[in-house]
Design a protein around this ligand. Structure first.
Ligand code: SF4
Length: 63
């Protein structure tokens, strides 16, 4: 499973970073950097919460 970001929708508010800091990092210019995309079983719930919490629905899980 992997996490995918729609960068056109992302507004850089950083909720995903606060929930899953190993995956997401908002840069000083407000852009989001995806640090990793592969999600293992142990990380799945954390990423599902980040996907649900994104206010612009910019995140999804695939696979
Ligand atoms: S929570 Fe959504 S809008 Fe906010 S930085 Fe993450 S992907 Fe972007």
């Amino acid at each position: 499973m992997r996490v995918v970001v729609d960068f056109d929708r992302c507004t850089g508010l950083g909720l995903c970073e606060s929930l899953a800091p190993d995956f997401f990092e908002v840069q000083d210019d407000g852009s989001l950097e995806l640090l990793r995309s592969e999600v293992n079983e142990a990380e799945r719930a954390e990423l599902q919460e980040a996907v649900r919490s994104c206010p612009t629905e910019a995140l999804r899980l695939e696979g």
